[in-house]
Design a protein around this ligand. Structure first.
Ligand code: NI
Length: 152
């Protein structure tokens, strides 16, 4: 496994739409492992492949220590309610903003074994799911930020 370099805001790659994963190859598995290690090394709770320079629809989320979700080709299929909480991004270290997000979301994704699953989350997990899915479409949290704030 390896800790990858995280691209920062301003890098054009972060504004591009990522391509779907058509086949889960050993390279994709290695990428997932490296993304998890990179996210943990950076102290984050989510990371999307474009942030490490790979324009593929892949993200990892760990809002609760030891519980990692791997999302390949994720698609939000339901959302409800609203929350306004602070949010940050490993590509914009030290900065935070209040964003408006759904209170609850359900995402459908594929895991590393090629199995499709659904994940439902509220609050922080819902924010993380929205944030990481946005990355795959070249969107950043600052696009939906209401205002900057001090801390996450
Ligand atoms: Ni981010």
């Amino acid at each position: 496994m390896a800790v990858l370099k995280i691209l920062k805001f301003g890098e054009p790659t972060l504004r591009k739409v990522a391509r779907p994963v058509e086949e889960i190859t050993p390279r994709i598995i290695t990428l997932l492992d490296d993304m998890i290690e990179t996210m943990r090394a950076a102290g984050g709770c989510g990371l999307a492949a474009p942030q490490v320079g790979v324009l593929r629809r892949i993200a990892v989320i760990e809002v609760e220590d030891g519980v990692v979700y791997e999302l390949i080709n994720p698609k939000i299929i339901a959302f409800a309610g609203e929350q306004k909480e602070s949010e940050g991004c490993l590509s914009n270290p030290g900065e935070y903003g209040i964003t408006k997000r759904p209170k609850a979301v359900t995402v459908r994704a594929t895991d590393r074994h090629g199995k499709e699953y659904e994940l439902s989350g509220t609050d922080l997990l819902a924010r993380a799911i929205c944030h990481e899915c946005d990355h795959l479409d070249g969107k950043l949290y600052t696009d939906v930020q209401i205002r900057a704030c001090k801390k996450g």
